[in-house]
Every structure is written in C-alpha cells, then in structure tokens.
Design a protein around this ligand. Structure first.
Ligand SMILES: Nc1ncnc2c1ncn2[C@@H]1O[C@H](COP(=O)(O)OP(=O)(O)O)[C@@H](O)[C@H]1O
Ligand SMILES: *[C@@H]1O[C@H](CO)[C@@H](O)[C@H](O)[C@H]1NC(C)=O
Ligand SMILES: *[C@@H]1O[C@H](CO)[C@@H](O)[C@H](O)[C@H]1NC(C)=O
Ligand SMILES: *[C@@H]1O[C@H](CO)[C@@H](O)[C@H](O)[C@H]1NC(C)=O
Ligand SMILES: *[C@@H]1O[C@H](CO)[C@@H](O)[C@H](O)[C@H]1NC(C)=O
Ligand SMILES: *[C@@H]1O[C@H](CO)[C@@H](O)[C@H](O)[C@H]1NC(C)=O
Ligand SMILES: *[C@@H]1O[C@H](CO)[C@@H](O)[C@H](O)[C@H]1NC(C)=O
Ligand SMILES: *[C@@H]1O[C@H](CO)[C@@H](O)[C@H](O)[C@H]1NC(C)=O
Ligand SMILES: *[C@@H]1O[C@H](CO)[C@@H](O)[C@H](O)[C@H]1NC(C)=O
Length: 874
C-alpha cells in the first residue's frame, strides 16, 4: 500500500469512527510512527490499537505505548500529550533524540520511561498536572540541555519513583519530594544539583535516595536523614555535604550508607557503629574526628583521609575528648575539623593554646560567626584560663559548670545571642557579656530602660549640675588668671594662648613646677569632668569583674557611660596619689592638647578627694604586648606580618604627630608594646602619656628625671638623662625589632648574648636576620622584602648616637609604601585623616597661620575630626 493510499484510507476511517478524540489519537500515533526510524515492527494497519506494543481502552483510545529496547532513533511529535487517556509510555533504551514533548495534563499517565536515550531538551511545562504518575524515569540522557526539576511535579501526589540520574539536571532539589507521600525512590546521581537537602524531606517515606556525584556538589548538613525513617539505601558520596553524621538509629531498615568524599566533620556517633541493619557503609575522604570507629560486621570503607585521633580504634586523649564535646555543641565547625589532627591538642591545634605543652589554658573561638551553644563540658578543661566566645551567634545560657574553673581569668561572651543570667564567677574572673540583648541579671551594660531610667535621669541631672558648677568655677578662675574669655561647654585645647606666646617666642621652659602652676589652664581647656559617682556606677563600684589591666600607677577598668560609649577608666592607686599627681596632671595636660587617630583619646577625668581618675576611649583588643608576647596564653592568633607593619605605621604616625604636628614638641618617653593599644580592626593607638615631656621648640634636648622602661631606653637617655625626640625614635626601633622577632627587648631567660634584643639584633648581619624571625611568621618572597626593609629601619632607629637616628617622619615614609603594597589604591585611611598625609611642616604652618579666635560651641570630642580637629574651631 502506497503512502497516499494509506492516507486516503486513514481519512475514510476517520469519518467512520464516531469519537473525534479517538481520531486525534490515531493521527498522533501516525505522526509518531513516521518520526521513528526504522518504523517500529508491527506498526502497520490503520488502527493503532492493533499495533505491536500499543493498547487501547474500550473506547479505542490509546492507553499504552511500549517501544523499549527497539534500537529506534528519531524524535517524538510535540503534541504527544493529546493522547489524553495514555497511562503508560515506555521508550527506554533506544537512541531517540530531539526535544521531548510536553507531557502536561496527562492525568491518566502512570508510568513514563524515557531513560537511556539521547533526548536534547525538556519543554517548559514538561511534568505538570500528572496526577496519576507513579513512575518517571529519564535517567541516562546525558545530552539534555541543563534543566531543573519542574515544580509541577508537585501535582503527582502518587509518585513512587523519580529516576533522573545523569540527566544534566541543575539547580537545587525542590521542596516538593517530602510532600509526595508515596515516594519510595529518588535517584538523581551524576547531575549538577547544588544547594542543600530540603528539610521538608523529614518524615518522608523515601527508601532509596541517590544523590551521589553531583558535579559542583550538594552542600549543607545532612541531619534530615535522621528523620527519614524508611530509608534503606542512601548514596550521598562525592558531594560537599558538611557537619556531623546525624543519629540514624530511627532508620531501622537502613543497610547501605555511602557518605565518602564529602566534608563531614565530628565524631562518628555510636548509634552508627552499633546500627543493627547497616551492612555497607563508606566514610572515607571526609574530615571526621574522634576515635577511629569500630563497626561490627558491616562492610566498611573508612578511607585514609579522615582526622581520627588514632589510626586504630580506642579512646582519644582526655583533653581531646572534652574539646570534641565542646565543638559538638558548635556543630563541629569545618575550620576546627581541618586543623585538629592527631592525639595531642597542644600540637598546633587552631584556637587552642596550652601551657607546658600539655595543659589547655586558652580557647579562642571569638569572631567565628558560629551558631550553637556553650558546652558545659568546657568545665572539664580544668587548666583553662581564657575562654573567648565573643562575636558569634551562640544561643542558650552560660553553663553553671564554668564557675568551677579555678584558673579562669577571662570569659568573653560578648556579642552573641545568649540568654539567662550570668552565673556567679569568682571576683577575679573578668566576664565580658555585652551585646547579648536577651541576657539579664548581672549584665555589664548600663540598663537605660524601665525603672532604671528614673535613676539615670537623676544621675544625669546631678552630673549636669556638677559640670556646670565645675565649669563656672574654672571659667572664673581662668578668667582671673589668664583673662581669656568665651569658654562655653567646650573641650578644645586652649591653643589661643599657646599660639600667641609661641609666636612671640615667649614660651617658658616646661618643667614640673610650671605644670603645677598651670593647673587651671589645664582643666579649663581640657576634657569633660565626670563625677566619681558615675564612674563608680559604670564600673560596679570598681569591681574586679571590670578590671582590664593593671599598670604602674593604678588599675584600669572597663565601663559603659550613660550614653553607651565604652570607656577605660584608669584609677590611680590611692597610695600613689601624691606621687601620681604630676603624672595625672601631665596626662590631662597633654591629652587635652593632642588629638589624633593614632593616639588614645582622653574622654574625661575625675578628681575627688584622694581619687584621681582618667577616662579613655576603650581599646577592645588590648595591648600590642599581649598580641605579640602572650597570644598563646590568651588563646588568640599571633599577629600576621601585615598586621605588624600596619601597627608599626600607626605608631609611627601617632608619635610623629606628638613630635611635630601637635604644634609643640611632645616626647612620649615610654614607648613600648604595652603602651600601644589595639582596636577591633587591629589598628593601633599610642597610649599612656603620663611621662610625656613637652619639649620646647628649638631646644630639643633637655635633662629630666629618668623615666621609662629598661629595654627601650636610648643609651644617651639612660646614661645622661638627656631627652629628645630621638629617645622615642630609639624606643620605636626596639618595638620594630620586637615585631620582627616576636621576642621581648629584655629577656633574662635567653642566653647571655641574646638577653638584650637590640644588641643581639644589631650584631647580626643583614642576611642573618631571618634566623631571628618570629617563628609564627611564614615567609614568602614578598614578605621577605618587607621584613628586610623594616629590619633596616629598626637598625637605623636604634643607632647609638641620637643624631644618627632618623626622625619619625622618615619611619612613616619607609613604612607607608609597605602597607600600601597590600592596599594599593582605595581608602587606606578615612577621608578626614588629611593630617597624616600632609607634610608635617606645612600642616604646622597652616595651623599657626590660621586666625585664633575661639568660637565657643558645644562640640564633643567625638565630633572632632581626628588630627586636625581643633584647627577648624580657631
Ligand atoms: N584605653 C584602654 N582600653 C583598653 N584597655 C586598656 C586601656 N588602657 C589601659 N588598658 C589596659 O590596662 C593595662 C594597664 O594600663 P596602664 O595603666 O596604662 O599601664 P601602664 O601604667 O603600665 O602603662 C594595659 O596594659 C591594658 O591592658
Ligand atoms: C546524542 O545527540 C547528539 C546531538 O544532539 C550527538 O552529537 C551525539 O552523538 C548523540 N549521542 C549518541 C550516543 O547518539
Ligand atoms: C554546574 O552548575 C554550575 C551552576 O550551578 C555551573 O557554574 C557549572 O558550570 C555547572 N557545571 C557543569 C559541568 O556544567
Ligand atoms: C556496598 O556498596 C558498594 C557501593 O555502593 C557496592 O559496590 C557494593 O557491592 C556494596 N556491597 C554490599 C555488600 O552491599
Ligand atoms: C554568618 O552566618 C550566617 C548564617 O549562619 C550567614 O548568613 C552570614 O553571612 C555569616 N556572616 C559572616 C560575616 O560570615
Ligand atoms: C567531666 O566532668 C564530669 C564531672 O566532673 C565527669 O562526670 C565527666 O565524666 C567528665 N567528662 C569527661 C569527658 O571527662
Ligand atoms: C544567628 O542564627 C540564627 C539562627 O540560628 C539566624 O537566623 C541568624 O541570621 C543568625 N545571625 C547572624 C548575625 O548570623
Ligand atoms: C581566683 O579566686 C579564687 C578564690 O576566690 C581562687 O581559688 C583562684 O585561684 C583565683 N584565681 C586566680 C587565677 O587567681
Ligand atoms: C536570638 O535568638 C532568638 C531566639 O532565641 C531569635 O528569635 C532571634 O532572632 C535571635 N537574634 C539574632 C540576632 O540572631
């Protein structure tokens, strides 16, 4: 029968059949037949219901098409979904190609097999409205254009199997499979799925889930497996899943668990090693921790790439057991899993510091953005001194057990999301807890809400009254003494007088007597006086809990002022008040005159009876000495080379300002790492001006009472008491040497010829400096150059003769390009920090030239731009 004749007969037949739908079915079947090559055997005759592998219902509509393994090529007609009664479509194991037709709204379709072909693409509304679908298979169609699992599949509430391995699926696993309550088998291996396991899979009845070998890899935690209780076979290997292996004891039929080649962390739960039905399990190439797991009869692949504490079964070292319990409550973070190898926590484990090489004394988990809880097991680390958990996202309460830690000195839980009360720690434990809005009880922050507001207002009124009183008092005195007028509530240096006297060349030599004489001058032009009551209140009556540190002249406390600013309150030892008085006055005198982004700002002071208090801006990262010499005990990471160079430059800039930019020449005289304080950005400010001497311009060297700290004293200062700015340059050079070597300037425990760092350092040849390098610094080529330059500068600054040493401006010029090396173009300094960049002498000139009319405004120190702040006010 010829093609044309066949068509004529077909059309005749159409008119004979009553149902037009049925006729459509025949037409589509005809199209299908014609698009397949070779034509399927047995597909002859005008009635497709008679064709081999095709069946129809009683109304002669097509209900199934079976063409599997027929070596067919060709493609499918796009209107195949006109076969409205189709229940089964089996086209698997051929070489069919071309775009797939939409199957949408085939509401009778129960099974679809398209696997093992070479289809090229999936239409947009491929699988929606398939309300009867039970089995769908499209696996092994690697030529498909990338497609995502259609959301319309959610209509298929009877789906039992969805098989789509190696089908070039991209995107994430949609949230719909968990809702398909009949789903037993989900196979999506060898695709390019990304994202995580949907939590909606919890409670599903899936028995077989294959998600292995995704090209980019699925990620996230796999906890949801624990609540998929019907699971039998789980293949998740070769992905990027992370977090711990969940408790799978509720999966009572599980026999095949493939987890190898992921990033799973933590201890293998005992519920897994003792799981009664597990027969086949792989865990290799993860970052699993803890004891080497001992499975019973199961066939196990543990690989070689996990971080078990021992290569054979058996318990870990007891400190490790505890540490692993601690990180279990933090979800076994990946950084920890990667670093914590072997059976000795004191062998370079990240975040852990030890003493005597065996006792864990510090845990620094600060700033890691971790979620989880504070483990009560921390209390079993009985030598612990420092526990830093700040700046994470921890919830829950501070465990009571921590109060049993006898050596604990510092607990920092600030900036988390903790709740409950702070347990009662011994008074010698510093607890930092601010930034936990849900925490109540003995929180360190001053509570400004509720009942307290009455107290706050009352205190504020008292403070204001006192302030006005003090101001009136001093203004009166000032007026009497100096006849300078116009002080409002101003905290600006009294530069008017100084500039004038300076210009007239009438500056008298500064000495301690004159400082005393000028008491009034100091206070009137200085900073805000703060009442003793307020300072008592913000430090909980100078409670041990708030101690930041102890210095030569007193104790430094942390406090939060009523306006929320965090401050450091330095309280002079009362026994030293007399001898400390001149220091006190000197500090106020100097600090009120100088403001610079690299000098610690004085925000207030208090003198009452025997009390002498100074209020400074708070420097949250403490001293350079802590970061350089005590990082290990404190459980903090050592400073990187970049950080060291930035700190050196900051110090150089601060001291340069003291020496020249502040119009008069100030000499610090006690530069050392414990007087360099660090902010959270690890930028440095110079502090402790108690010993600063105001040196007169043009008379740069003067003899004074010896002060300072051994190890940093310039030779001429130590022997003759001659002090000049070069004394600070020398001390700065010593600090540079300490930054390079990580060694203290004086260390009696070192061998004789190494006790004095400067002597040791200067004796070495340039090419030998690397032998002295801080062992925590790992050098590369670029750093090598940078270190050589800083070493050279350190030598130069510590030259024997003062005139051989450079000035601080030179140090800035050497260091600045080394910093810029890492921060090439953009915003190394904030925009207002013009002063640092300008030439010092030019800046100084401009400063002096400007008109010196004081306009009284009520600017607060914080509103001053840094270094050149006061200029605009004059
Ligand atoms: N502004 C501040 N911010 C934070 N901590 C500070 C501040 N000032 C001082 N400290 C802490 O208090 C300790 C003692 O400071 P200080 O009295 O200035 O020491 P010293 O008198 O020995 O120079 C410092 O080592 C530091 O840990
Ligand atoms: C699959 O189809 C593509 C073109 O779409 C073709 O290049 C390829 O050779 C085919 N593969 C097989 C196994 O037939
Ligand atoms: C896998 O998908 C990602 C995007 O999700 C894409 O960047 C990547 O190229 C894909 N990989 C392959 C091999 O197609
Ligand atoms: C265990 O799983 C691997 C990989 O899936 C398979 O090759 C092996 O045959 C399985 N063995 C048993 C005993 O089930
Ligand atoms: C912190 O973690 C949250 C999720 O836990 C994440 O959304 C956020 O981006 C993270 N922030 C940083 C700075 O890593
Ligand atoms: C921790 O200490 C408690 C009580 O002191 C003890 O019962 C527990 O066994 C210890 N845990 C570990 C892991 O040492
Ligand atoms: C903290 O964790 C919660 C949930 O654990 C999350 O919703 C929130 O975004 C996280 N916050 C930050 C700042 O990471
Ligand atoms: C802190 O004080 C307690 C007594 O209250 C004492 O047992 C403990 O040793 C002290 N800790 C330190 C580090 O000084
Ligand atoms: C803190 O935790 C509470 C629940 O304990 C949560 O509702 C809130 O979103 C969390 N806040 C942040 C900033 O993560």
């Amino acid at each position: 029968m010829g093609e044309i004749q066949r068509h004529v007969i077909f059309l005749l037949l159409l008119s004979v059949f009553s149902s037009p739908a049925m006729a459509d079915d025949a037409a589509i079947m005809e199209k299908l037949a014609k698009s397949l090559f070779p034509a399927p055997t047995g597909w002859t005759g005008s009635n497709p219901c008679k064709w081999t592998g095709v069946s129809c219902d009683s109304s002669n509509r097509i209900i199934s098409i079976g063409l599997s393994s027929k070596s067919l090529s060709g493609s499918l007609p796009s209107d195949l979904n006109q076969l409205k009664n189709l229940k089964s479509l089996s086209l698997q194991r051929n070489q069919l190609s071309g775009p797939l037709p939409s199957l949408s709204d085939l509401s009778n379709l129960q099974s679809v097999f398209l696997d093992n072909n070479n289809f090229s693409s999936v239409p947009s509304s491929f699988l929606s409205g398939l309300t009867s679908l039970q089995t769908f298979s499209i696996s092994e169609n690697p030529g498909l254009e990338p497609w995502t699992i259609p959301e319309g599949l959610a209509d298929s509430s009877n789906l039992m199997e969805f098989l789509a391995s190696r089908a070039n699926i991209v995107g994430s696993i949609p949230d719909l499979f968990g809702k398909l309550t009949s789903l037993k088998s989900l196979k999506l291996s060898y695709n390019n799925l990304t994202g995580s396991l949907p939590l909606s899979l919890a409670g599903s009845s899936i028995q077989t889930i294959y998600l292995n070998n995704q090209q980019q890899g699925l990620s996230g935690r796999i906890d949801v497996l624990g609540s998929m209780t019907e699971l039998m076979q789980v293949w998740l290997h070769v992905n990027k899943f992370s977090g711990p292996i969940p408790d799978l004891s509720k999966c009572t039929s599980l026999f095949d668990l493939q987890l190898r080649d992921n990033q799973l962390t933590g201890v293998v739960p005992s519920s897994l090693t003792t799981h009664p039905t597990l027969a086949n399990i792989s865990l290799g190439s993860n970052i699993l921790q803890g004891p080497y797991p001992a499975f019973g009869r199961a066939k196990v692949d543990l690989g070689t790439e996990n971080n078990w504490c021992n290569p054979v079964p058996g318990p870990c070292d007891s400190q490790i057991t505890i540490l692993l319990m601690v990180v279990a409550d933090l979800g076994y973070p990946m950084t920890v899993a990667e670093s914590w190898k072997g059976n000795d926590a004191c062998k370079g484990w990240i975040f852990v510091s030890c003493e005597q090489g065996k006792f864990v004394t510090g845990l620094n988990f600060g700033n890691q953005n971790w979620t989880g809880q504070i483990s009560p097991a921390i209390a079993n680390l009985t030598s612990l001194k420092n526990l830093l958990l700040n700046d994470n996202n921890l919830t829950g309460t501070i465990p009571h057990s921590l109060t049993t830690l006898k050596d604990l000195q510092l607990l920092d839980v600030s900036n988390n999301n903790l709740s409950g009360k702070i347990p009662n720690f011994a008074p010698n434990v510093t607890v930092k807890s601010e930034g936990n809005p849900l925490m109540n009880g003995k929180a360190s922050d001053v509570n400004l809400s509720g009942k307290n507001s009455v107290v706050v207002i009352a205190v504020a009124v008292v403070v204001a009254a006192l302030l006005v009183g003090i101001l009136l008092f001093f203004t009166y005195k000032c007026y009497k003494k100096k006849r300078t007028s116009n002080y409002g509530i101003v905290q600006i240096p009294n530069r008017k007088n100084r500039s004038k006297s300076h210009k007239n060349g009438k500056v008298k030599p500064h000495n301690e007597d004159e400082d005393k004489e000028e008491d009034v001058h100091v206070y009137s032009g200085g900073n805000v006086s703060i009442s003793l009551e307020v300072l008592r209140q913000v430090t909980d009556n100078f409670s041990e809990e708030y101690v930041l540190g102890r210095g030569g002249f007193g104790v430094v406390y942390r406090g939060v002022l009523l306006d929320g600013t965090v401050v450091a309150v330095k309280r002079m030892e009362s026994a030293l008040v007399d001898s400390g008085l001149s220091e006190f006055q000197a500090e106020i005198s100097v600090l009120s005159k100088v403001r610079h982004r690299h000098l610690v700002a004085l925000t207030g002071f208090c003198m009452a009876g025997n009390e002498r208090l100074l209020v400074y801006e708070y420097m949250p990262q403490g001293t350079l000495a802590q970061h350089l010499f005590h990082w290990s005990e404190l459980g903090i990471p050592p400073l990187t080379w970049k950080q060291r160079v930035v700190i050196a430059l900051d110090v150089a800039r601060g001291v340069e300002y003291l020496h020249g930019l502040a119009q008069e020449t100030f000499i610090h005289r006690d530069l050392k790492p414990s007087n360099v304080l660090l902010g959270d950005d690890m930028r440095a400010k110079v502090s402790d001006f108690g010993l600063v001497k105001n040196a007169e311009k043009g008379k740069h060297s003067m003899e004074t009472r010896l002060a300072g700290t051994f190890g940093y004293l310039a030779p001429e200062y130590a022997t003759t008491g001659k002090v000049s700015t070069k004394v600070d340059v020398y001390a700065f050079g010593v600090i540079l040497m300490e930054l390079i070597t990580g060694s203290k300037s004086l260390d009696e425990t070192r061998p004789e010829e190494q006790k004095h760092l400067v002597t040791w350092f200067r004796r070495l040849q340039k090419n030998e400096i690397m032998n002295l390098l801080d062992p925590t610094l790992h050098t590369d080529e670029e750093m090598f150059g940078s270190i050589s330059k800083v070493s050279e500068l350190a030598r130069h600054c510590t030259a024997r003769e003062p005139y051989q040493r450079p000035d601080m401006g030179h140090a800035v010029n050497v260091l600045a390009p080394l910093v810029d090396q890492w921060r090439p173009s953009h915003q190394y300094e904030d925009s207002f920090d013009v002063g640092d960049q300008m030439s010092l002498s030019r800046e100084l000139e401009r400063w002096q030239e400007e008109d010196s009319t004081i306009t009284a405004t009520s600017l607060r120190p914080s509103e001053f731009p840094d270094s050149i702040s006061s200029r605009g006010l004059q």
